[in-house]
Design a binder for this molecule. Structure first.
Ligand code: HPA
Ligand code: ZN
Length: 336
């Protein structure tokens, strides 16, 4: 099963580029930019990664970004991720970035997006990995700040496929951003939002995503299982759920592998993703492997999980079909 997972062509839909900043690249960029690091070594830095919930993770995540200053830094960050993903047979990725985490430090929106965009082009040309970009708003900042960010992106509309919402969910419900997401929809962006796992008012927030925002996808969303009506509504609308098992094991109480299995049984379009792999160690293959082992998933169930990511993607239909056929063909020729 391990080699089946490694070889199958995969898509990743829930990946924060800033969350791929591994300690070695962080140190390299710190040196290049003469940024002083609060840690003497990579090992010391890793040892400081002792978060056990979303806020304690986010504190480390934002601190790490201090080394990202120039367009080349954002290029290196993104290209390094694409190399790693491609080495695991990820053939398509929809990746998040957090512009406000940089503009709030005085880095230009253009610097951030130009570096990432150049890495996408280079990765497609040299590695053959295709990608699209999703701009996330930080939900612990104001709706006005999100709206300014949406407007800043107007000059780059064709470089961004959709918008999302991340950072600290506590007291920052989806409804806070109802106008911003309506304005984003009007501009033609696809919409997604984080519904982090085991948060206060989790199911209320998921209902808001459906009824007030009209999302096209849900990031995490495991707590939908707590409400059978919610499950029915998500299935009826065919909404994808991008679950991140190793991430969940760090900030909640486990991999949620049984829940992923349950979602498959309920015929929800659930898929597995790596979220912030530099902080929650494990890229796509490690996440799929962890779920397979913990929930004892069969080969057809693994194929379904991987196929679901393409189904839930924001690719044009013909490309989606192409990739899904590749997954099916792989599974048919690798029956154990
Ligand atoms: N949840 C909320 N905010 C985040 C995450 C996440 O999984 N990753 C990076 N920012
Ligand atoms: Zn996330």
């Amino acid at each position: 099963m391990r080699s089946f997972i490694e070889g199958i062509p995969k898509a990743e839909l829930h990946l924060h580029l800033e969350g791929t900043l591994e300690p070695d690249l962080k140190f390299q960029l710190a040196e290049r930019n003469a940024v002083e690091m609060p840690y003497a070594s990579e090992a010391e830095m890793r040892a400081a990664y002792d978060f056990d919930d979303l806020p304690s993770f986010l504190a480390m995540y934002y601190e790490g970004m201090s080394v990202l200053l120039t367009e080349d830094d954002f290029f290196d960050l993104a290209y390094t991720y694409f190399q790693k993903a491609s080495s695991q047979n990820v053939v398509y990725a929809e990746v998040f970035f957090d512009p406000q985490a940089h503009t709030s430090r005085g880095i230009g929106f253009e610097t951030v997006i130009s570096g990432i965009h150049r890495a996408q082009l280079e990765a497609e040309a040299t590695l053959g990995i295709r990608s699209q970009l999703i701009m996330c708003f930080l939900r612990d900042m104001s709706a006005e700040s999100a709206m300014e960010t949406l407007e800043a992106a107007d000059g780059y509309r064709e470089w961004i496929i959709g918008v999302g919402l991340d950072s600290d969910e506590r007291d920052n419900p989806p409804i806070k951003f109802v106008d911003v997401f309506a304005a984003a929809r009007q501009r033609g962006y696809r919409l997604t939002m984080h519904c982090d796992v085991d948060q206060a008012n989790s199911t209320d927030h998921i209902w808001q995503c459906l009824n007030d925002i009209g999302v096209d996808r849900i990031d995490h969303g495991v707590n939908a299982l707590d409400d059978p009506e919610l499950v029915t509504e998500i299935r009826t609308r065919g909404l994808g759920l991008t679950v991140c098992p190793i991430s969940n094991s760090y900030v909640t109480d486990g991999l949620k592998a049984a829940e992923i299995r349950r979602m498959l049984e309920l015929e929800l379009t659930v898929c597995v993703n790596s979220d912030d792999p530099a902080y929650f160690p494990g890229y796509m293959n490690e996440n799929l492997q962890a779920v397979q082992e913990a929930a004892d998933l069969s080969q057809p169930q693994m194929t379904q999980l991987v196929g679901n990511a393409f189904a839930a993607s924001w690719l044009p239909d013909d490309e989606k079909t192409d990739y899904r056929n590749q997954v099916t063909a792989y599974a048919e020729t690798h029956v154990r």
